[in-house]
Write a protein that binds this ligand. Structure first.
Ligand SMILES: [Mg+2]
Length: 448
């Protein structure tokens, strides 16, 4: 059996524990090769054949999935993001961001003290969802910007499909709702929560919206969104300090890093790190992950890089970060030296000072836009996406129930196509029933 799942749609599945079949390619049919006396018989035989089919093999949960050909011998430089790329955080990270953001809302923005009782639910949302800032709705859009019905929530309450269609007039959301256009001062009506740190933010946002709805407290969805965003954003400095002082509680250890970096260097590759996080925070984490000599593995280290603007801005000075005074030096940087820590800058400056060419760089990151899209489109870098969310998806794809349902949906779809002009008795009734069964199977959600 061929590939049965479109990975394009994986980011932003409506709820963490649910995987849905998006499409079934057609590649198998018996009903146009064998003559049947009735469509009932045709259906039964097709079902029997389906049940006798061997299920596809499991997908490797630790697999590397290539979207394009890549000759690693042509890669001379390996680059890495830090947060959620090298540094994989334990669930404790989500809780601390949620709690800190909630504290800011109460203590600084004077939100009702009752929200202190609202706890973080790490399974409520996944990254990739869109939030309608005007209407205060969280939802999944597919890659064609169509609303995934059944995934729309106001607070913690699911919005009925008929209400969604009434509000938006159609399932299709206009592109201008979502993207920045020429005037970057215009905030789009919908924003995508694509950052791993946005998962606790979404939980906080929806918990408070639900609290307001349940307690008849009038609120403005856009102001609530901005307040939650600002409160979680303002908590990052405090989070950095808490995590830096207790890295083992928050960071997953990875004993393979040292060997991996040594192997790359042994093969003559250059290594660099570009992170938005501050040096002290990264230093503590890398000490735990790679050891106290971690800086020696990297030819260039840039902290507080301001991605995605590091990749898109025309100019921003690159400075040396002074580890003793914890500030940046004002001296102009005309060349890069291993052992220095650099601060801010732009990709153009990095390429100018290193001489690296786009296609010889392979950069790993977890953020589909900030880390990956711009450098590929604008600079021709090769990119590797670290998508931890796929672990759950692949585990679900590997379940027998998911495979059997996909097989049957695929064959039933083909059966409808083969018999759509059938002259057999009650063909129209059968075709309608099969179509309804297809729709039911397509709307099923699976979990491991
Ligand atoms: Mg990251």
């Amino acid at each position: 059996m061929g590939s049965f799942f479109t990975f394009k749609n994986i980011l932003g599945v409506a709820r963490r524990n649910e995987v849905k079949i998006f499409r079934a390619p057609l590649n198998y049919s018996i009903s146009n090769k064998v003559t049947f006396d009735s469509l009932d018989e045709c259906y039964i035989k097709t079902k029997e054949l389906c049940e006798s089919k061997r299920l596809p093999p499991n997908i490797n949960i630790k697999g590397v999935f290539a979207c394009n050909q890549l000759d690693l011998s042509e890669i001379k430089v390996y680059g890495f993001d830090y947060d959620y790329t090298l540094a994989c955080y334990k669930p404790a990270m989500g809780y601390i961001l949620y709690n800190l953001g909630r504290d800011v809302l109460i203590n600084k923005f004077k939100y009702p003290a009752g929200i202190m009782d609202l706890e973080y639910n790490p399974t409520f949302a996944v990254r990739g969802l869109h939030y309608d800032i005007e209407k205060g709705l969280l939802m999944k859009l597919d890659s064609f910007l169509q609303i995934e019905l059944g995934s729309v929530y106001k607070g913690l309450t699911k919005v009925q499909e008929s209400d969604v269609l009434h509000l938006y007039k159609s399932r299709k959301v206009p592109l201008k709702y979502i993207e920045y256009h020429h005037n970057r001062n215009i905030v789009p009506k919908m924003t995508q929560l694509a950052d791993m740190f946005s998962v606790p933010e979404m939980s906080l946002l929806c918990n408070i919206a639900e609290y307001f709805e349940q307690n008849d407290i009038h609120y403005h969805p856009e102001i609530l969104f901005q307040d939650v965003k600002n409160s979680v954003g303002q908590s990052h400095t405090k989070m950095h300090n808490l995590v830096a002082n207790d890295t083992a509680t928050f960071l997953e250890k990875n004993p393979t890093f040292e060997e991996f970096f040594k192997r790359l260097i042994g093969a003559g590759k250059q290594l660099f790190l570009i992170t938005n996080s501050p040096y002290k925070f990264v230093h503590k984490g890398m000490n735990l992950l790679v050891g106290d000599k971690w800086e020696e593995y990297f030819d260039v280290i840039i902290v507080e890089a301001r991605k995605p603007r590091f990749f898109t801005d025309e100019s921003c000075p690159l400075r040396i970060y002074d580890k003793q005074s914890h500030t940046n030096l004002w001296k102009k940087v005309n060349s890069l030296h291993k052992g220095n820590i650099y601060y801010q800058g732009t990709i153009n400056k990095l390429l100018e000072l290193t001489g690296w060419r786009g296609p010889e760089v392979l950069y790993f990151g977890d953020h589909p836009y900030s880390d990956l899209a711009d450098v590929t489109l604008e600079h021709g870098w090769r990119t590797g996406a670290i998508i931890d969310d796929l672990t759950h998806e692949i585990e679900t794809l590997n379940t027998e129930q998911f495979k059997r349902t996909c097989n049957w949906l695929q064959m039933l779809t083909q059966l409808i196509e083969d018999q759509q002009n059938s002259d057999l008795p009650n063909a129209a009734v059968h075709l309608m029933q099969w179509q309804q069964e297809c729709e039911r199977l397509s709307s099923l959600r699976f979990s491991k």
